[in-house]
Ligand binder design. Sequence first.
Ligand code: ATP
Ligand code: MG
Length: 207
Amino acid sequence: MIIIIGNQKGGCGKSTLVLLLANYLTLIKKCKVTVLDTDYQQSVSQKFQKAKILENVEPYEVLALELETYPDMKEVFAANPTDIALVDLPGKLDDDGLLPVFQSANLVICPFAYDEFSFESTILFSVVLRKINPEVSIVYVPNRVKANVKYETQVDVDLQLSKFGSVTKALPDRIDFQRTNTFQIPLSVYPVVLPVFDKIFKDHIKK
Ligand SMILES: Nc1ncnc2c1ncn2[C@@H]1O[C@H](COP(=O)(O)OP(=O)(O)OP(=O)(O)O)[C@@H](O)[C@H]1O
Ligand SMILES: [Mg+2]
């Protein structure tokens, strides 16, 4: 199964969500996971290398992936339906090499924030994605939601996005999210991510 985590918007939490989900699927659901890092900054694979240097045992593999090699890699994952490939997309979607990535996805997870600019990018991303892969399931995850802020646009944004896919419960903006790495989820983050991931797992991953 191929799951991509993407949005046209930079910094909305794609790589953070990839790490959280990879840890969740491996540690809790005992799935075999490989993270494919297509991000030019390769932030996930860098964190992975750092964790390796610290001699932690990595629960899953992280590959820094050249997009040209993706068509071959995707065969590997298509051949092993129980394996899960989590693809971290870059913030800028201007590379034609991303086309086969979009085409091959079984599920797209799209983190976004409730602000005007993020919304436009999220809609643009969704329209392009739907054109390339009309059948794919899309799950939107509101991220970095501040506890004391009332988002005027929230109801409208949820309504617009629900035309493309489903919208999960929101993930809060909290400093402990920034301590997520390739071998652990900070314990304090579990109560907020578990309900979101359990729902995604139940609806889209567990077959
Ligand atoms: N829920 C959250 N609470 C607090 N900080 C967060 C949260 N989610 C992400 N962050 C922080 O926001 C920053 C951007 O997140 P991240 O790198 O995951 O985004 P990205 O979408 O992968 O960015 P890029 O487009 O550059 O690849 C990071 O410093 C991350 O730790
Ligand atoms: Mg990233």
